[in-house]
Ligand binder design. Structure first.
Ligand code: PEP
Length: 254
């Protein structure tokens, strides 16, 4: 099955009612690449606002745009102060969740096992998952890029067998929010290695069908070259998803 282009926008803890309405107006009225999306995940574009804006974003998003939470808890309703459960999201038409973002792994200290537990709970409850992985600069310089990414994936492989609702986002930590984008060669090399690893651990079908997005300082200028790489199936975009030029990144293949 051909992998179709997919773009996620991670707003992180940015935005106001007014600015998010402006982003939505821009996206709802934009001419978006009709070739994005893939059944059973018909999601050309997924945007992920802070949790307080999820409902209004889900209500107002049109033009095929889906909404993702930036996190979810791995347990059902209960005494988990500050958390959102999977059911709360699905009940409100939030179909996606971003898990394992490096800011949560490094700042909030989420372990790969916890990310895997949350991935399993999200999938079991009917969400689709953008699963983020990636190495630090120190790990890259020590030649550990592929090992680190694969060990983050292994934690999920240990708990999840159906990968049809997972999109992987390879996001080198040193490239996130730094303006330092990975070269097309660095990104393609990592994506290819991750895909080979998926084939060896799961199956060739999973490797061929799973989209691997690149994330890390993607903008409207570098997205075109990155999108041409055979193993780059789209982007997870942070800072640039807040700007009008996000549309150009979504349309990088046009
Ligand atoms: C991200 O937050 O997932 C990200 C890739 O951020 P940025 O595009 O700002 O580097």
């Amino acid at each position: 099955m051909a992998r179709k282009f997919f773009v996620g926008g991670n707003f992180k803890a940015n935005g106001s009612i007014k600015s998010i309405q402006g982003i939505l107006d821009n996206l709802n009225n934009a001419k978006l690449d009709p070739n994005t999306g893939m059944l059973p995940l018909p999601a050309p574009v997924v945007i992920s606002p802070p949790s307080i804006f999820l409902l209004t974003t889900a209500e107002k998003a049109s033009n095929g745009i889906k909404v993702a939470a930036q996190n979810v808890f791995d347990k059902p309703d209960g005494a988990w102060t500050g958390e959102l459960t999977v059911k709360m999201l699905t009940e409100h038409n939030i179909e996606w969740v971003i898990l394992g973002h490096s800011e949560r792994r490094t700042i909030i200290k989420e372990s790969s096992e916890f990310v895997a537990d949350k991935t399993k709970a999200a999938l079991d409850g009917g969400l689709s998952v953008i699963l983020c992985i990636g190495e630090t600069l120190e790990e890259r310089e020590a030649g550990k890029t592929v090992d680190v990414c694969c060990s983050q994936l292994q934690a999920v492989v240990d708990k999840v067998s159906d990968w049809s609702k997972i999109v992987i986002a390879y996001e080198p930590v040193w490239a996130i929010g730094t303006g330092k984008v990975a070269t097309t060669e660095q990104a393609q090399e990592a994506h290819e290695a991750i895909r080979k690893w998926l084939a060896s651990k799961l199956s060739q079908g999973v490797a061929d069908g799973t989209r691997i997005l690149y994330g890390g300082s993607v903008n409207e200028k570098n997205s075109g070259e990155l999108a041409k790489q055979p193993d780059i199936d789209g982007f997870l975009v942070g800072g640039a998803s807040l700007k009008p030029a996000f549309v150009d990144i979504i349309n990088a293949n046009l």
